[in-house]
Design a protein around this ligand. Structure first.
Ligand SMILES: Nc1ncnc2c1ncn2[C@@H]1O[C@H](COP(=O)(O)OP(=O)(O)OP(=O)(O)O)[C@@H](O)[C@H]1O
Ligand SMILES: [Mg+2]
Length: 221
């Protein structure tokens, strides 16, 4: 199995009243193509921080984050903001904990946005099929503020998968869903990862989801 993501010795602190408070202290993780890793741990233990570092939205204080894609090694931890944004847009799909949908775009437009940004209109039919699979076809023309929390979450999931990224980061993607929709989301995420031979990092408080992962990283406070 080929390595898709290698994280070594990652450290990240936030400044708290001028004092450094370490959230991640020497975190390492290897993800292979086709694998799912679950991040578990109490609220505030650093799951979202780790995802934001991998996505290049935050810079580590120390450590190495390398994404292996198309026979290249992309050293995210050494890149500047613009290059990290380019890698994120092209190779990653991020289901944010708080969705981050574009408020001025409807559901359909939000989901098709990554395809526009990447010039991949060939993937539009598959992207819209995911909206159906997530039970959202009757909501395609609605704007985020007109959606329930769970509908927003499912839209965010369809958007993250639209451009069929190498790495999917899903931050508590079932946190707002009923059991049936949570099941649909989990099935879809696992199916996509296996079919595309991509990788999935999923933060969850749900032990039944963690149990399905190939590996579980447990954070403590
Ligand atoms: N921008 C920031 N500035 C200062 N502290 C922050 C910042 N972002 C996060 N933190 C702190 O870092 C810690 C880890 O936060 P993080 O969001 O990574 O936790 P989490 O494991 O995702 O929690 P949850 O399960 O509630 O989503 C928390 O104590 C939080 O208060
Ligand atoms: Mg979080």
């Amino acid at each position: 199995m080929s390595i898709l993501l290698a994280i070594e010795g990652l450290r990240k602190a936030y400044l708290d009243g001028g004092i450094k408070r370490w959230v991640l202290n020497d975190t390492s993780l290897t993800l292979h193509a086709g694998e799912v890793v679950a991040l578990c741990g109490p609220s505030g233990s650093g799951k979202t921080t780790l995802m934001n570092l991998v996505a290049g939205l935050l810079e580590p204080d120390q450590g190495r984050i390398a994404l292996h894609v198309e026979a290249q090694q992309l050293l995210i931890s050494d890149m500047g903001v613009a290059e990290r944004a380019r890698v994120r847009r092209r190779h990653m799909g991020y289901v944010f904990q708080f969705f981050n949908l574009v408020p001025t775009l409807n559901v359909r437009e939000n989901v098709l946005l990554p395809l526009e940004l990447n010039g991949r209109s060939d993937l539009a039919a598959a992207a819209l099929a995911r909206l159906s699979a997530l039970g959202l076809n009757s909501h395609e023309r609605q704007y985020p503020e007109q959606l329930s929390g769970g509908e927003r979450q499912r839209t965010a999931i369809a958007r993250a998968l639209a451009h069929e990224p190498t790495l999917v980061l899903a931050d508590e993607p079932t946190g707002n869903l009923d059991a049936e929709n949570a099941h649909r989301v989990v099935e879809l995420l696992w199916r996509e990862v296996r079919a595309l031979n991509s990788g999935l990092i999923i933060a969850t408080h749900d032990e039944s989801i963690a149990a399905r992962a190939d590996r579980v990283i447990r954070f403590s406070q």
